[in-house]
Design a binder for this molecule. Structure first.
Ligand SMILES: Nc1ncnc2c1ncn2[C@@H]1O[C@H](COP(=O)(O)OP(=O)(O)OP(=O)(O)O)[C@@H](O)[C@H]1O
Ligand SMILES: [Mg+2]
Length: 297
């Protein structure tokens, strides 16, 4: 007897898309399981928003296939299961967030109440105000709340926290983590590395439309076990050459080492007059830069 497997939230194969002579997307594959959060990264113009628009069924790929829970992305069946925050969203000025949320909720079988969403996204005192005059961050919060209105099992968030203040960013990260813990699947595009690390367990990076890196954040971190050692020296003093340290700001230096304990012992043995010594692992951003530099011919 054949048991049918539950269909994954997202499966995309061999996506390509050109705009005239520009190859915006070239051979992108993506997979996502329930309860998984994927960071989707790449420099400006890499093709992230174009890929997301294809995944959401907003524009067709030139070649390749997309299935959301086994359904075509522009089908009613798929649309009932996913939510999205696009990179830029405009709303009519005479409408209130509550009216928008209630309108969007009407398209879903088990929507989240507007009050619940208002609390989660810090819209409390804005919920019944006309959106004319909303600040950039306030509009962004409404766009984020809309992604979650239908109790989705998959969300696509394209730079959702651009322009949000620190408190709103942290609020978003909490909502995203809770959503994933409860089995939701999430694709997050962001240029904030802290946010990717706080929310995602995997990442896929594209550059000029092509995949350049893919894996769990733990596995990517494990590829480079290097610590960064920073310290200060008195004015006019230079670190010994063996440290291969570089200046960051006047009087402040940094060195990198796979064995920072041994490095510090030698600094002490050599009588290096350091103060303000600090040791920390390389940032994810630095690790990825290294991996990519090593991969370049
Ligand atoms: N409708 C369009 N017509 C022509 N070119 C387009 C169109 N949409 C996107 N492009 C081009 O495709 C490339 C990818 O754009 P895309 O918006 O997907 O990048 P992105 O990775 O989302 O960048 P960002 O980080 O700046 O948001 C860019 O070179 C862009 O100029
Ligand atoms: Mg974009």
């Amino acid at each position: 007897m054949i048991h049918s497997q539950p269909q994954p939230p997202l499966r995309a194969r061999g996506l390509t898309k050109s705009f005239g002579a520009v190859r915006a997307v070239n051979g992108v594959d993506l997979d996502l399981a329930p309860g998984e959060a994927l960071g989707f990264l790449g420099p400006n113009g890499a093709g992230k928003s174009t890929v997301l628009s294809i995944l959401m069924g907003l524009r067709p790929a030139d070649t390749g296939e997309v299935a959301l829970f086994g359904h075509a992305p522009d089908s009613a069946a798929a649309r009932a299961l996913f939510g999205a925050t696009p990179q830029s969203a405009g709303f009519p000025e005479q409408i209130t967030p509550r009216e928008l949320l209630v309108y969007a909720a009407a398209h879903h079988r088990a929507p989240r109440p507007a009050g619940d969403l208002a609390e989660a996204f810090g819209l409390g005192r804005l919920i019944d105000r006309h959106m004319a005059g909303f600040s950039g961050g306030e509009v962004r919060r409404v766009a984020l709340a809309l992604a979650f209105v239908g109790n989705p099992r998959l969300v696509f968030l394209d730079e959702p926290t651009t322009g949000l203040d620190t408190a709103a960013q942290e609020g978003f990260q909490q909502v995203a983590r809770d959503y994933v813990r409860q089995g939701g699947a999430l694709v997050l595009t962001s240029h904030h590395w802290d946010e990717i690390e706080a929310v995602c367990d995997r990442l896929t990076m594209i550059d000029r439309g092509e995949p350049v890196l893919d894996g769990t954040i733990d596995a990517i971190r494990a590829r480079t076990r290097v610590n960064r050692v920073t310290f200060a020296l008195p004015d006019g003093r230079h670190p010994p050459a063996w440290l291969a340290a570089g200046a960051t700001t006047p009087g402040h230096w940094q060195a990198e080492s796979a064995d920072s304990d041994a490095l510090i012992r030698r600094m002490v043995a050599d009588g290096v007059p350091f103060t303000a010594l600090a040791v920390r692992p390389l940032d994810l951003k630095d690790i990825i830069t290294r991996i990519r530099n090593e991969a370049r011919p």
